[in-house]
Design a binder for this molecule. Structure first.
Ligand code: FES
Length: 107
């Protein structure tokens, strides 16, 4: 069982029994709107999330994430939701630049 809390989306809690799904897929399965301009192919950074807790429950950086990190487009503590698989609990935030205009975010 995995649990993801989205801190600045009113502490929205998402649970899943899927053990082979990306964070983005888990969000989508739970009807959470999350930016994903390239469709989850690792070709943009719009699905970026800031990991506040539980980084040890996340998969290692994918090749795409390594590449973005080397280019300075993915900071330490940031992950791409479409490239990250989760095995436990974590707390994330939506970065300001990746907030969707039709959603109301909390601080
Ligand atoms: S949706 Fe484009 S990199 Fe994740």
């Amino acid at each position: 069982m995995v649990k993801i809390v989205i801190e600045n989306l009113a502490q929205k809690e998402v649970c899943s029994k899927e053990d082979r799904a990306s964070v983005l897929k888990i969000f989508q399965s739970n009807y959470i709107d999350w930016m994903h301009a390239c469709g989850g192919k690792g070709r943009c950074t719009t699905c970026k999330m800031i990991v506040l807790e539980g980084a040890d429950h996340l998969s290692a950086l994918s090749q795409a994430e390594e590449s973005y990190r080397k280019k300075g487009e993915l900071s330490y503590g940031e992950r791409l939701a479409c490239q990250t698989f989760i095995t436990g609990a974590c707390v994330v935030r939506v970065p300001d630049e990746n907030k969707l205009p039709h959603l109301t975010y909390t601080s």
